[in-house]
Design a protein around this ligand. Structure first.
Ligand code: ADP
Length: 260
């Protein structure tokens, strides 16, 4: 998709990085980071790309936990931080720069200077794609980040619930306002299949995300179920595409990676 749009040709913020894409959501807690992690690992593993993952979620950096990368990054002779690699993905997180338990009031200029450190202050080397886990929402921070990063495209994550979809629309409109192509919408927590009786429940509703994608002229990239194993593998720092590579869920993530 990135090639189709020929957006990779555009110069972006980082020399040596072909495309920077954002994984975004209007609302928090819908599975944006889980999607960013599994997508990044899948792009590296199944698409054989050189991948970086930047955790820019200033409100709750979760990449260190989800990718099991807890060490403090070293600084090289050019005074650049060296990303920490796991599962074939070079990771950098805003969580590496701040104290885990202290609250931080992120003001616009602070967000931008942290973003500068995490992008140009990092020795990313040559990458085909840098996946950015954005902060949820559509405020000033998200808008300036999208402009500053000179994104090749954005992927929107939403649950099928109306309150999440309304915010997902806002997110899509925000990217359009700054001329960032939308790569598509992923529906997370689509349905729950009871492991005991096999009955499917559409806890957050059904069909809404596909409809929203149609209405907003976005590609519907796929649906990921609500599954205990996804949560468990995220918490353990073993993304499901690694821990259960042959599961239906992993196949769905791999399909999304190929579509991107
Ligand atoms: P966000 O980045 O949008 O805030 P996260 O990716 O951090 O959301 O997900 C929020 C919580 O929901 C995490 O604990 C994560 O493990 C869990 N989660 C996300 N997607 C799923 C899913 N499809 N099935 C089960 N748990 C999920």
């Amino acid at each position: 998709k990135l090639n189709e749009k020929k957006v990779g040709a555009k110069a972006n913020l980082l020399d040596g990085v072909k495309d920077i894409i954002a994984v975004a959501s209007g609302k928090g807690g819908v599975g944006k980071s889980t999607t960013a992690v599994n997508l990044a690992v899948s792009l590296a593993k199944t698409c054989q790309l050189k991948v970086g993952l930047l955790d820019a979620d200033v409100y709750g950096p979760s990449i260190p936990t989800m990718m099991k990368v807890h060490a403090k990054p070293e600084v090289n002779e050019d005074k650049k931080m060296v990303p920490i690699e796991n599962y074939g993905v070079k990771c950098m997180s805003i969580g590496f720069l701040v104290d885990k338990d202290s609250p931080i009031v992120w003001r616009g200029p602070m967000v931008m200077s942290a973003l500068e450190k995490l992008t140009r202050g990092v020795d990313w080397g040559k990458l085909d794609i840098l996946v950015v886990d954005m902060p949820p929402g559509t405020g000033d921070a998200q808008l300036s980040m999208s402009q500053r990063l000179q994104l090749s495209g954005a992927l929107i994550v939403s649950t099928p619930q109306d309150v999440a979809l309304i915010d997902a629309r806002r997110g899509a409109n925000m990217f359009r306002k700054v001329q960032v192509p939308i790569l598509g919408l992923i529906e997370n927590m689509s349905c729950f299949c009871c492991p005991h009786c096999g009955k499917k429940s559409y806890i957050f509703g059904s069909g809404g995300a596909r409809r929203t994608a149609d209405e907003m002229d976005m590609e519907f990239l796929g649906e990921i179920p609500l599954e205990e194993e996804i949560r468990r593998s995220s918490d353990a720092g073993d993304p499901i595409v690694i821990s259960s590579p042959d599961s239906t869920v992993s196949r769905a993530y791999n399909e999304v990676a190929h579509k991107v």
